[in-house]
Design a protein around this ligand. Structure first.
Ligand SMILES: C[S@@+](CC[C@H](N)C(=O)[O-])C[C@H]1O[C@@H](n2cnc3c(N)ncnc32)[C@H](O)[C@@H]1O
Length: 252
């Protein structure tokens, strides 16, 4: 039940963060990958929100995700556009490929879904080992929501068939030492005012310090680390920035 992105959660994600929606990340990743001819991996690819624009821009991208429901959206929306990238059900913690990648990209703060520093460190080493020499890792962290999301919150979306999906979220735990928060996410599907299905998910996020991440990347073997605030490449992050992007290279 933790960070599972089940059927209703994936439906909401696809309605809210549909293909074509960008937080500035899609344009930024496309620009940073300019000239990258080799294979690119997007772990936690989700519904393809970032993958599909990269495919449309001509990049050779594949992906994996832990959620079969998310992958179903991704496969269907790729097929609608005539793409058939390699997509598989795998996890950050245990994914494996024979090939090595010229770049690995993780937008949308997905790395923050790993709740333990030791596990995330091992995942970063796994990324490192799946890169070709001088291959690049680029990913985002969202620093702000740790303090921003304390109040219960309800949102709603109309589905393609006119039903209603609602999401109630409430922070239930803040672990200052572990740098994690847990929220309860309750998804409900309503048909003509009648509840037809519900889903409860525990949503864990880990909140990294910028220097903590730099040290962790160095320990995983990465070099040439550039930390960027709000997608102005090379501009050090500052208080108030919405997103912090890390770009680094596999050594050797
Ligand atoms: C915020 S969404 C990002 C989706 C997409 N990358 C994007 O930019 O819109 C996070 C994704 O991480 C996936 N996920 C969560 N835990 C995971 C894990 N341990 N391994 C692989 N994927 C995971 C979820 O299923 C979900 O699709």
């Amino acid at each position: 039940m933790n960070n599972t992105y089940g059927r209703l959660a994936s439906h909401v994600y696809n309605l809210d963060k549909y293909i074509g929606k960008s937080f500035g990340d899609v344009e930024y990743y496309r620009a940073r990958l300019e000239g990258c001819a080799g294979p690119i991996l997007e772990p936690a690819v989700g519904n393809g929100r970032a993958l599909i624009p990269l495919l449309e821009a001509g990049f050779d991208v594949c992906g994996f995700d832990a959620s079969e429901d998310m992958l179903d959206y991704c496969r269907a929306q790729c097929a609608e556009r005539g793409f058939a990238p390699a997509l598989s059900r795998q996890t950050f913690e245990s994914f494996t490929y024979q090939q090595r990648f010229d770049a690995i990209v993780v937008p949308a703060g997905s790395l923050q879904l790993i709740g333990h520093h030791a596990v995330a460190s091992a995942v970063l080493r796994r990324f490192h080992d799946h890169l070709a020499p001088a291959g690049r890792l680029i990913f985002d962290l969202y620093p702000n929501d740790m303090v921003a999301d304390l109040q219960p919150n309800i949102r709603s979306w109309q589905t393609e068939t006119g039903d209603l999906l609602t999401l109630n979220s409430q922070r239930v735990k803040t672990d200052i030492i572990g740098q994690t928060t847990v929220s309860h996410l309750r998804y409900d599907l309503w048909q003509v005012g009648r509840l037809v299905s519900s889903e409860l998910e525990f949503f864990t996020m880990r909140w990294w310090g910028v220097q903590e991440m730099v040290l962790t990347l160095q320990a995983a073997g990465f070099v040439d680390i550039v930390v960027t605030g709000d997608y102005a490449f090379g501009r050090a992050p500052q208080h108030g920035d919405h997103v912090v992007t890390f770009e680094c290279q596999r050594s050797g």
